[in-house]
Design a binder for this molecule. Structure first.
Ligand SMILES: [Zn+2]
Ligand SMILES: [Zn+2]
Length: 289
């Protein structure tokens, strides 16, 4: 049984399979008291999540999002995807919503380019099939992968990523680059708390000092795919840089090939107090828009 604090989750506003209302119910059933809804490049699930959470006291929603970025190439290495979480942003600000729709439009263009690549590899798909899977929010590689499974080109979403869609894979198309430092700056300008997501997946600790200079306030230490050694490594980095240590399940709903449920791994309740203190300081120190 999970519980407590879960600062990372997705809904149908991006690539999750549960609508916000159902995500909130599932979290409440599992004893989560503080749930951050953090869709990719979208805050479109937040209003519904807040509305539903009002029926599930003491559950509280933290408004958030997850911005997908590409780190600078290291010589010889493929560009790594780096994700930056943003909490307690002024998500209703018009300029911020404009920024997010620009990011999503770029994602749509990218899906079309991936479809062109797949056609040359003998696996034609119609980009419209991909967009049809997206109820609202951001189309992404997970949707492409599901269409590939449907056509029988691969057996699973994981296989689609491993063989074709992963960074450096034959059907991979890089995004127009947004650097992690730019994402951190956007979140600070929106008076929010930027946190480096699941650093153990990207394996790009080299970017952390520059992100701290750009205004990074935390690192996601508690994460389903982090080993115990990685968790303690990132907790130590947080102490070293004076950063908030956050965590969450990255729950995407059932049937997504991910096994962590809302509320797992356990995140200490005092992380929520520390996040609120960071949010207050982010509001007090935000640069003017
Ligand atoms: Zn992520
Ligand atoms: Zn995520």
């Amino acid at each position: 049984m999970g519980g407590g604090v879960d600062l990372h989750s997705h809904t149908t506003a991006s690539d999750g399979t549960l609508p916000p209302r159902e995500l909130v119910r599932e979290a409440a059933r599992r004893g989560v008291r503080v749930l951050a809804v953090t869709d990719h490049d979208s805050t479109d699930g937040l209003a519904e999540a807040f509305d539903e959470a009002a029926r599930w006291p003491p559950l509280q929603i933290v408004p958030g999002l997850e911005i997908n970025c590409d780190a600078d190439d290291r010589s010889g290495a493929a560009a790594a995807e780096v994700h930056v979480l943003g909490y307690c942003v002024d998500w209703e600000a018009a300029w911020f919503q404009d920024f997010l729709s620009g990011q999503r439009a770029e994602r749509r263009a990218r899906v079309t380019r991936i479809a062109e690549r797949l056609a040359t590899l003998g696996m034609p798909i119609d980009p419209e099939e991909v967009f049809a899977l997206v109820q609202e929010g951001a189309a992404g590689r997970p949707h492409v992968a599901r269409v590939m499974v449907k056509h029988g080109y691969v057996k699973s979403v994981r296989e689609a990523f491993d063989k074709y869609l992963r960074a450096g894979g034959p059907a991979h198309v890089p995004r127009k680059r947004l650097t992690p430092a730019e994402a951190v700056a956007v979140i600070r300008r929106a008076r929010g708390v930027p946190v480096l997501a699941h650093p153990g997946l990207a394996d790009r600790d080299d970017v952390i000092p520059a992100l701290v200079r750009a205004g990074l306030m935390g690192i996601e230490c508690y994460y389903p795919e982090h080993s115990a050694a990685q968790t303690s490594h990132y907790l130590a980095l947080c102490r070293e840089h004076g950063l908030l240590a956050t965590g969450g399940s990255d729950y995407h709903g059932p049937r997504t090939g991910r096994t962590a449920r809302p509320g797992t791994p356990a995140v200490p309740m005092d992380v929520w107090d520390a996040l609120q203190a960071c949010a207050a300081s982010a509001r007090a120190t935000a640069p003017g828009v």
